[in-house]
Write a protein that binds this ligand. Sequence first.
Ligand code: NIG
Ligand code: FE
Length: 416
Amino acid sequence: MYLAENELKVFHNISLLYPLAGPKLRKGEAMGKLSPLKDAYIVVGGGKVKEIGTGDAYKRHGRAELISLEGALVLPGFIDSHTHLVHAGSRENEMRKKLAGVDYLDILKSGGGILATVRATRNASFQELYREAEGRLKNMLAFGVTAVEAKSGYGLDLETELKQLEVVRKLNQNLPQTLVPTFMGAHALPEGYQSRKDFLELMKRVLDAVKEGRLAHFVDIFCEEGVFSAEEAREFLGHAQAKGFGVKIHADEMNALGGAAIAAELGAVSAEHLLNSSEEDLRKLAESETVAVLLPLTSFYLNKNFAPARKLIDFGAAVAIASDYNPGSSPSENLQLAMQLAVLKMGLTPEEVLSAVTVNAAKASGLHSKGSLEPGMDADFVVLAARNLDYVFYRFGINLVREVYIGGKRVLRREP
Ligand code: NIG
Ligand code: FE
């Protein structure tokens, strides 16, 4: 696209910029090897990055609009690659049970957990679901999140699964962030069903409607003891692939069922959770192009172990870090806190975590024009009240975002 000089914007006075230029999937060592630019600028036109540079070379764009970012740290917009964004109701009633030692899967077995949210979501109108999810997206934006993967899975019937995905579509149209819809009808066996086989057959019919309405890019399944077995996951995801969907899997969260290996075998775009995967399966994942999406807020909130992030990276895997926002196991939109836990509790470096919420998260979400700031990529970036990357992790629990830009437009300004 040809753009006249006066249609360009130059963002200058950036003390430190991490463009994440280079590979669009960062595996192993590459996750930690970034090349930040000091005294940098970004030239934007038509919503895209046109040029990245340092010093005063930007001055040759004499007629462009000049915007000073006041010596800030600038990072690509954070991408939250695993959320259960759209649902009704809340589950604070489960918190004390959880603290008294009742297991997450036992709460589900007794008709609570996911099934409680299913009842609330079935009873909610489109407008109610929309308004609640919109509020969460606004919270995410304040934390610097410019793109969000959003799973269905609180309907478990035709009508409500479609309703959730239609909410995602409308939010995508109306809000500045980009949303990536994932169909997760295979999230739990709903009340009234005895046979998992019958239920998965129903979900295949729902999948046809999802395809017909172009309502999702990906299909996900909860592969877990007492939920769906490894065999069921392999078969269901294989079916989704044959229909043209990319696939994801909730794998080895509480029990090692082999979900990570299934992801590698199928060429899934991501395998998520992975708290209890066997070493052999982690190696299979590391050899594949499948992104390991790790969710430290869930481990923190459920008081479980953290996923073996260090091991995965040392084996050569591509890791992403996401919030897993949902009303049961991670009721928080704070991706920055997830990033901080990844450094403070999982042994990742700040550079690795930055790769994990930008390029690798973009890959896990199928967002080919996002995740890095290079010519041709979307001009989505976050301006932080920090002078260096370490500070973002050191000042944990504090939101350091000052401004958020999406497609070169400022969509948020706040005083941290
Ligand atoms: O990713 N593990 C399964 N699904 C969600 C939790 C959903 C819920 O508890 O409502 C998760 O943690
Ligand atoms: Fe999840």
